[in-house]
Design a protein around this ligand. Structure first.
Ligand code: LMR
Length: 286
C-alpha cells in the first residue's frame, strides 16, 4: 500500500467540512490525472528535503524535475487552478512551473504562488522573543525570495528597531531559520509542521479571497511586473493582496532603511541567479 494513503488518513481526521481522498502513484499515471482533474488549488510540497550543510539550491538537481513533472500534470488536468509551490528551491521551482505552463499555453501569472508564509511566521515569532509581545499579533514584512540571504525582513516597516548585534542576529535567524530546523533534525529532514501551518494559512487566505473577502493580504513569491520594472527580477516575494482571480495587487517595498537596502541589494543578486537557473532548466528540459 502507498504511504500517501497514510497521509490521507492522517489529514482525514482534521475537523473541517471536507472530503479527503488518497491516491496511489504506484498504481499508474491515471492516479495523478484523477487527483488533479477539476482542482481549484494545487499545493506542491513534493521533493527531497535538505540535510545539514546543504542549501536549498543543493536540492535543485533532484527537485527541479519532480516539480516540472507535477506542473506538467497540473497544466494538462487543471490549467486554471491556483498553483502553490512549497518544493525547494522555491526561488527556482516557481520559474520552472511558470515555464511549463507557458509551454502548455495556459500560463496565468496571477495564479502561481511560491509559499513564503513561513518566513513571515518565523520573523514574527523571533521578534516577539526580543520585544516580549504575542507573536500571533506580529506581522513582520518580509520580501525577496525563500532562501538564505534572499529572505529580507523589513523590521522598520513594522515600526520596530533593533541595533547592532541584536539586529544582525535577528536577521540571520530569519534568513537561516530553515537551517536551524534542518540542523536540529540531524539528517532526518527539514521543517514540516511549521511549514504545514504556513501552507494552510496561505491556502485559507486564498480561499477566503476567492469567496469574495476583501483586504486579504499575504506575503508570496509571484511573477511581478512591478518588481521587474523597479528591481530587475521577474519573480519577487512581497505582500500581495489576494482576490477571486488570485493576485489582485502586488505591494511595493515602500520606504526602507539604508541597512535594509543593503540586504535587498544582496538578495537581488542571488535571486536573479536562482530565477535564471530555473528558467534555463525549463528551457532545456520541458
Ligand atoms: C523552510 O523554510 O523550513 C523550508 O524551506 C525547508 C528548508 O529546507 O529549510
Amino acid at each position: 500500500m502507498d504511504a500517501l494513503l497514510g497521509v490521507a488518513a492522517d489529514v482525514g481526521h482534521i475537523n473541517t467540512k471536507s472530503n479527503v481522498k488518497g491516491y496511489e502513484p504506484s498504481k499508474g499515471e491515471d492516479q495523478i490525472k484523477e487527483c488533479l482533474k477539476g482542482a481549484d488549488i494545487v499545493l506542491i510540497p513534493a521533493g527531497v528535503p535538505r540535510k545539514p550543510g546543504m542549501t536549498r539550491d543543493d536540492l535543485f538537481n533532484t527537485n527541479a524535475s519532480i516539480v516540472r513533472d507535477l506542473a506538467k500534470a497540473a497544466a494538462e488536468n487543471c490549467p486554471d487552478a491556483n498553483i502553490l509551490i512549497i518544493s525547494n528551491p522555491v526561488n527556482s521551482t516557481v520559474p520552472i512551473t511558470a515555464e511549463v505552463f507557458k509551454k502548455a499555453g495556459v500560463y496565468n501569472p496571477k495564479r502561481l504562488f511560491g509559499v513564503t508564509t513561513l518566513d513571515v511566521v518565523r520573523a514574527s515569532r523571533f521578534i516577539s522573543q526580543y520585544k516580549n509581545t504575542d507573536p500571533a499579533n506580529e506581522s513582520i514584512v518580509v520580501v525577496g525570495g525563500h532562501s538564505g540571504e534572499t529572505i529580507v525582513p523589513l523590521l522598520s516597516q513594522s515600526g520596530y528597531n533593533l541595533d547592532g548585534q541584536a539586529l544582525a542576529d535577528y536577521i540571520k535567524r530569519v534568513q537561516f531559520g530553515g537551517d536551524e530546523v534542518v540542523q536540529a533534525k540531524g539528517g532526518a529532514g527539514s521543517a514540516t509542521l511549521s511549514m504545514a501551518m504556513a501552507g494552510a494559512r496561505f491556502t485559507e487566505s486564498l480561499l477566503k479571497a476567492a469567496q469574495g473577502q476583501k483586504g486579504v493580504i499575504e506575503p508570496t513569491f509571484v511573477d511581478s511586473p512591478l518588481y521587474k520594472e523597479s528591481h530587475g527580477v521577474t519573480y519577487f516575494a512581497s505582500n500581495v493582496e489576494l482576490g477571486p482571480n488570485g493576485v489582485e495587487k502586488i505591494h511595493p517595498v515602500g520606504k526602507i532603511t539604508d541597512h535594509e537596502q543593503g540586504l535587498l541589494d544582496t538578495c537581488l543578486k542571488q535571486l536573479k541567479g536562482n530565477i535564471e537557473k530555473g528558467e534555463a532548466f525549463a528551457n532545456q528540459n520541458v
